[in-house]
Design a protein around this ligand. Structure first.
Ligand code: B12
Ligand code: SF4
Ligand code: SF4
Length: 272
């Protein structure tokens, strides 16, 4: 497998953040059913792909304009776009044994992509709970990982705290008091979402982060990621799809039910 060519082809469609994780380090964090040997016997490297800034979004909008059926036939059009693009590129990869995983809502098996990104040197763990990329800051989505039985040079993990020296404007920007001891709390944030619509379509704390601020998502992409009930009609308008021709409604982040829907650790939770 020509990893340089693969990386370049996927960067063209917006998977422009890349790193390689050591399977042994992954195994030290993963549960029994997610050990590399179980996912792909003979795994020697894990290629991790993310999308920084709005490039992937722009590629999606161009694709939906050309193929409106990619919206009307897909519950999660961004995830579906990534999967199609990866499958297309994968056709040219030759015979090396490999297995792809996606950070998609309807993935067959959920992996802990923040952990994968950390091990692959894509960024460090921020106060916001998100991986902070050296160039894209918090505006990094994690999209796909490929377990391969080919030796690939491993990326160095970023050891420094990405928030060191920052006066943390994310904390006072949050109207929901979602930080506990200086770190984002999913339960506090979820409680605020249950009580108020103030953060239905955006996150002021994330937007206040100065790192990679030039890569912030634009207004349409922000609404899509935070409030898919509003994001779906917006995508329909951009793709020229009538509401009655769309088989799906939008779905937002599952603030109160995610523990039952997604299990990246291999505990008692089910598939999303
Ligand atoms: C379930 C889920 C949610 C749930 C709960 C999130 C949570 N627990 O933090 C809900 C619906 C609330 C949610 C919300 C959001 N999410 Co979310 N979510 C996921 C999902 C599908 C699984 C995460 C999970 O269940 N973790 C398991 C629980 C048990 O983990 P945990 O206890 O929080 O953390 C454990 C480890 O993960 C680790 N850990 C925690 N944080 C970090 C950070 C780093 C760097 C490392 C190394 C380890 C680490 O320590 C814990 C103990 O082991 C992932 C995709 C994936 N497959 O990984 C996306 C994901 C984490 N979400 C993401 C995003 C962007 C968001 C939102 C901003 C929503 C949005 N509009 O996109 C918000 C806000 C999140 C925030 N500020 O952290 C991105 C993060 C990208 C990044 N740069 O880090 C991911 C990776 C999706 C993606 N495709 O990119 N999410
Ligand atoms: S979504 Fe709202 S409550 Fe949650 S961290 Fe962001 S600003 Fe705070
Ligand atoms: S604003 Fe500062 S402390 Fe908050 S996430 Fe960004 S770098 Fe970290």
């Amino acid at each position: 497998m020509d990893v340089t060519a693969l990386r370049s082809e996927l960067a063209d469609i917006g998977l422009n953040a890349f790193g390689v994780a050591d399977p042994a380090r992954w195994d030290a964090t993963a549960g029994a059913e997610r050990q590399a040997e179980r996912l792909l016997p003979g795994t020697r490297a894990i290629l991790v792909f993310g999308s920084g800034g709005p490039t992937l979004w722009n590629a999606l909008i161009a694709d939906l304009g050309a193929h409106p059926e990619h919206l009307s036939a897909e519950a999660h059009p961004l995830d579906a776009y990534v999967r199609r693009a990866v499958e297309q590129v994968d056709l040219g990869l030759g015979g090396v044994r490999r297995r792809w995983f996606f950070a998609a809502a309807d993935a067959e098996l959920h992996l802990d992509f923040r952990m994968l990104a950390d091990l692959a040197g894509l960024g460090g763990r921020s106060r916001m709970g998100l991986v902070l990329h050296p160039e894209f800051g918090l505006w990094l989505g994690l999209r796909a990982a490929c377990f391969v039985d080919q030796a690939v040079p491993l990326s160095a993990a970023i050891e420094e705290d990405p928030c060191a020296g920052c006066p943390a404007p994310c904390i006072p920007a949050c109207p929901g008091d979602a930080f506990v001891d200086g770190a984002w709390s999913v339960d506090r944030c979820a409680a605020f979402h249950a009580a108020s619509r103030r953060c239905a379509s955006s996150c002021d704390a994330r937007s206040a982060c100065p790192k990679g601020a030039e890569h912030r998502y634009g207004p349409d992409e922000t609404v899509y990621h935070y409030d898919r009930a509003a994001g779906r009609p917006l995508l329909r308008a951009l793709a020229g799809v009538a509401a009655d021709a769309d088989a799906y409604e939008g779905v937002g982040p599952h603030w109160n039910t995610w523990r039952k829907k997604v299990d990246v650790r291999g505990g008692s939770g089910g598939r999303s």
